[in-house]
Design a protein around this ligand. Sequence first.
Ligand SMILES: [Zn+2]
Ligand SMILES: [Zn+2]
Length: 923
Amino acid sequence: MAAPQSPQSILKDAFQRLRDSVTPSDALRFDTTELKDVWDAAEEIQKSQRERQSLRALGRIKPLLDNLERYSRVIEVLCNGTPYLPWIWAPIKLMVQLASNHIKIFEMLLDAYSQIAWAMPHFDRLRGAFSDDENFKVIMAMIYSDILEFHQRAYKFFRRKAWYKLFESSWKSFEGRFGGILANLSKHKDMLMKEAIAIDIVEARRWRARAAEELDKKEKERDQIYISDTLAWLNVHQEDQDDELHRLLNRRQSGTCHWVFRHPKFISWKDDTRADRVLWMNGIPGAGKTILCSYIIEKLQHESQTTTAYVICNSYTQGKNIVSENLRSLAAQLLRANRDLVPHAFDNYANKSLPPSITHVKKLILDLLNIIQETRIFIDGLDEYSISQQRSMLTEILPFAKVSGGECKIIISSRNVPDISNKLKNRPLISLRDEYSGVEGDIQNYLNEKLQELRERFEGKDRETKDILDLVTLKADGMFLWVRLILKELESCYSMAELRKTAEELPKGIEEAYGRVLRRVTEEMNPKDYAKAIRILEWLACSCRLMKMCEVQDGIVFDADNLVLDDETKLSPDVLDICKPLIEEGPNKTIDFVHYSAKEYILDRVSGPLLQEARAHYNIAFSCITYLNTAVCFLPPDSSAEDAVLTRVAKGFHGLHNYANEYWFQHLLQCAQDLVDLDASGVMDAALRTLRDGYWKGRPGHTAESLKLDDTTTANEIYEQLTIFRDLDHVRQMGTDMQTFRAHLVQERHAHEMAAKHHAYELKHDPTHFSQISHRYQEVVLSLLTCQLDDVPSSVDQKTLVEFRKVYGESEFTCRFHDCPFHSDGFHTIQARNDHELSHVKTLRCADPTCEFFARGFSSKTGLLKHNRKYHPSPDEAQLPDFVPIHVRPQSQGNGVRQSRKCGRKEADGAFVSMTVIVARYS
Ligand SMILES: [Zn+2]
Ligand SMILES: [Zn+2]
């Protein structure tokens, strides 16, 4: 423990803390404010309020000012030769002046001041009694410290942008701390009432330290609740976006992208307050827009004044409400970067049981943008969305640039496509096409770096090599992607002549480059490999989310001739190499196209089209369903063959489980229109019948009837969606069960349940075996990931187990909430999964952060309503006689009728009831 502080050093610390937290001009003002100035200001306010027929100021602030005056006489000696004294009262003047135009805030402030006055000791009785006593001086200094702490914390709420909008929620979040300050004051009062000699200063210090610690802890807990509840309300899973940004940043060649910070249009967007706040960056596919954008984001993230928020658009958005998702993500990013705004979001949105609809989230974002000084929003790759999504994104996002409170600037990067161009044509534009010098320099850098080995190969012929690389740069025509596609061709040149010839014959433009790569994939391959290549591309082009390598590798095994995945049919992971460089490995063992445009190319007429979407979905659906038919082994009685099942999983025969389980029906829907034609051979029909027999507990289509949906819209939507299977009754019925049950699970009434309870409910009510099989599958995976290496059945050798952990260990623990991206692509440990799941549970909380039931929360709305009725009645409901005695209440001003909100909360030491509401107005 530190040495006990002298009274002088207590004063100095308190003074310094407050002084450091106010603006220099306010500090100057405080230095010279006299108590009389505060009186004058209060009188002034009173006068103007009298004109407005309201009388609030003077009477209620009088006790505090009187008491401060007496207090100042006591500590004057201690403050001799210092600037400390005026700071006891000077902030009061500033705050009452600022608050006087906002009646409710003014009320709250005056209420706080009267509480302080009541809690403070009565100096008139004390004056001169034991002014030389050292203990007495310490107590006096502590009181100074308490008062200044109040000023310091309250000042923060007044001196920020649009402070009055945030005041109520901030003040509410301050109540716990304020209660602590009051408790301190009244404790000191108690001590002073005793003889000075009896003051146990050691105990007083200890008590103070303990109370401060307790408050810090509580405040931390409360802040955690604010942020986690608010993020849960927004239902955002930022992990995805962060990973993506990180991946993009890693792909940037060092030395590239700097040019943009020297670009006049960029500089004016960034720094000029009068410039257009929206900047459009466009370029052809593969020009490096995304990398450039991620570079700018990263740079600006390091500027302390600026809040950045971004959306990296990608095409895996089928069936999602992408606009709403993106808005929620933006709101979450703004809040994460501005934690002091979280209480506002919590109070006005998250804890109000409002749905996180576009309307509400947009309003929240506007609130935030009006307060945050500088915000920079990035929407990258907008053209990857469908046309209607592009339009609605722009409609929702562009108005953000118009806020007047803060300064919100937006960069949108995309290809030059008509719908975006129409909306942005009058905005400043950086077209990467025009930035030859910048982009070309970057490409040269990139080539030099990537072809390091080649240059070494031709050492001594630097000049010729350089000429050839210059030619390649010229041909690249500003397209990074093109360079990535042709690198391999250059790398495989071993003579100067070869290199020169290859460089001269390089394909022109992205499409030709794709064409050439594809020809290599398709024409120069044997039919067996060709079939595999097509299946791989189908999976990547039409999957519902980003795929893992092992999933694609297993997915392409199933076809009409092969319905099993076992030792005989399992493919080696190298199989994916046949599609390179059209596809490439991503983070977390994922695999994707080298660029979005590659996917477009192979689905486009230019390429044939190489793939037909309906057939791709048909093939994927078939793989999923056929896989699922092999997964019935997880059901009893088969699961009694425990070891066999464990072995199958360890050998990687069930790696497709999470994906197939989640998306099989989605893919079936996508090819429903052509299903009858596509399935001329009847293999799909057979697979579906096997699925029905293996998975349905009862008769399909009827089991769902017992499940209630909150709204008929959802039921109708499901019915509408399934009419596409009108000729296939059994499929329609299976679909009804599937979709109804899923909709049932994500309903509001399940929103407050903890994951385990929710999962138990799912297992119990699922009309099919899907839940149970997945549950069992995860249990098996868990045992394989956590068991001792030699603690597995003899049929699994250690090498297999180690390999299993390496390939599948990263993401097998899926989130148990259905409307979550991690439902089909999970976490690497149960703990990580459980932590994540907490973000789904929308806790219903008491709105009073000092109430015990704020932290505890309620599991049902009824519970919360009951609690509110009993402990937090609205003023009309309040039973007036229910007073709680307050320690000392000065006779002169007993007009404020106080009522404690107790809610089972333990009172602070000193029995001072700190949290009070004014029920009857002071008059
Ligand atoms: Zn989740
Ligand atoms: Zn409560």
